[in-house]
Structures are given as structure tokens and as C-alpha cells.
Design a protein around this ligand. Structure first.
Ligand code: BGC
Length: 261
């Protein structure tokens, strides 16, 4: 039987306490990886993820860091190295979409804050991970982008710009790292039921509007993203690098075009 086997692999998931990251952490652990669950602020949520993994017989630690701070990122990677003795998988998952504001009305400090989490953080973590991975001649970096690396989204120009930037960052790193046995891939989730968009999917009118934007007619479940993430960081995806895999129930096939046009 074909199965995703990450046994012996050491993984770091940024934002591992959050809506997608917590499920990704658990699924990687289920596949056999030792998982470092990074968190920014919510120590309790990270501890819950670690406890869940350990109860199921897996290996996990939690580590706090401000991923936009190079020194904090260095300490994060040292902590992971001390606990696991290396790193094979980095999932740059931590992200935030920020408050909705048109560009004209937006606050430059908010632009900086969104780019710090969504682009500088992945850059600093990838930079540090590559130093370990290029030396050992193997490793995978998975950058969690969004369908909004492709689809414009009024009111979220910092978020869309950061995600489009993260996509190009993925391709460029993939080019740099390919000869050294390191893969760099992006995964673009669509509308997945997590706290980030809870106000939309909990509201019946919001949900109806969202469903219309998705060819499958429903938001995704975090597990449906985590399974693809686990596959992409596994050796089953050994020939995949420098590209984005969308997990969006068909949001990117513009379902409105089933009619008219
Ligand atoms: C956002 C969600 C949104 C989804 C689809 C994601 O990047 O974080 O809030 O539902 O894109 O628009």
C-alpha cells in the first residue's frame, strides 16, 4: 500500500498552533515526523497541539519566536536543532491577512506588519533552513501562500502582495537549491474553515457568497490541506519543485464561467 512516510524526518511548522498549522503539525506527526510547533503568541494553543501529538505516540515540541526578527529566528532554529538534531522539513505557514482597508485608507504600519509576518518571516526562516539543508544535501521547504497569490482581493493589498511575493520567492529559492537536493514548493489554500475567515463562514450570507466562489460549492477542511502538505514534503513528491499546488476546491477555475461569458 502506498502511504506517506515521514518517519525519521524532523519538521518545523511556523504558526503551528493556528487553524491550518495545528492540523498540519498533527498530520506530519501521524506520518512519523518529529514536529516543532512554532507559535507567535498563543502558548496554550501550541501546548495543546504538542499534547495531542504526544498522546498519539508522536514526537513534538513547541517553540515561541517572532519570525520577523532575525535573532529570534536564529534562536528558534537552534532550539529545534537542540531538540531534534537537524531539520528536514520547514513549513512556512504562519500568516495574517490584516484588517480590511483600501489602499487609499490604509495605515502604512499595517502594511509593514502584514509583510513582516507573510513575507519577511518566511524569508528569514527559509534562509536559516537552507543553511542547514544545503549542507546536508536534502530538505524541503513548503511555503503556504493562498489563492490570493493569483486572485486580487480588494481591501487586502498587503496580503495579496505578500502572497504573490512568496510565490516568486518559492520559485527563486527552488532554482537556487535544486542542485543541492533541496526542494522548495508552495501550497495555495483557498477558503478553508479556520479562525482566519470564521466571521465569513459562520454568517449564512457570507457562507453563501463564499460557496459561489468555489467550484466545489463549499469551503475546505484543514485536514484536506494538511494531507496535501504532508504529501508535498514527503519523498512521494520527489519530482516537485518551484511550483504552487492549489488546494482550493476549484476557486481558481473561476466557477462563474460555467454560465455565460
Ligand atoms: C484567506 C481567507 C479566504 C481565502 C479565500 C485566504 O487566503 O486567508 O480568509 O477565505 O483566502 O478568499
Amino acid at each position: 500500500m502506498l502511504s506517506i512516510d515521514l518517519s525519521g524526518k524532523k519538521a518545523l511548522v511556523t504558526g503551528g498552533s493556528g487553524g491550518l498549522g495545528s492540523v498540519m503539525s498533527c498530520v506530519l506527526a501521524q506520518a512519523g515526523a518529529a514536529v516543532a510547533v512554532h507559535y507567535g503568541k498563543d502558548a496554550h494553543a501550541a501546548a495543546r497541539v504538542v499534547a495531542q501529538i504526544r498522546q498519539a505516540g508522536g514526537t513534538a515540541i513547541s517553540v515561541a519566536a517572532n519570525i520577523a526578527d532575525p535573532e529570534a529566528v536564529e534562536r528558534l532554529f537552534q532550539a529545534v536543532d537542540q531538540a531534534f538534531g537537524g531539520l528536514d522539513i520547514l513549513i512556512n505557514n504562519a500568516g495574517a491577512d490584516g484588517p480590511r482597508a483600501s489602499c487609499a485608507d490604509s495605515d502604512p504600519a499595517q502594511w509593514q506588519a502584514t509583510l513582516a509576518i507573510d513575507l519577511t518571516g518566511p524569508y528569514l526562516c527559509a534562509r536559516r533552513a537552507l543553511r542547514a539543508m544545503l549542507g546536508q544535501g536534502r530538505g524541503v521547504i513548503l511555503n503556504i501562500t493562498s489563492v490570493h497569490e493569483f486572485i486580487p482581493w480588494a481591501g487586502f493589498s498587503a496580503y495579496t502582495s505578500a502572497k504573490a511575493g512568496l510565490s516568486m520567492f518559492t520559485k527563486t529559492l527552488a532554482q537556487e537549491a535544486v542542485a543541492k537536493g533541496v526542494r522548495v514548493v508552495a501550497l495555495a489554500p483557498g477558503a478553508i474553515k479556520t479562525p482566519i475567515n470564521e466571521a465569513v463562514w459562520r454568517d449564512p450570507r457570507g457562507l453563501a457568497d463564499l460557496d459561489q466562489k468555489i467550484a466545489m460549492g463549499r469551503p475546505g477542511d484543514p485536514q484536506e490541506v494538511a494531507q496535501v502538505a504532508a504529501f508535498l514534503v514527503s519523498d512521494l513528491a520527489s519530482y516537485v519543485t518551484g511550483t504552487t499546488v492549489a488546494v482550493d476546491g476549484g476557486m481558481l477555475i473561476y466557477p462563474d464561467f460555467r454560465h455565460g461569458g
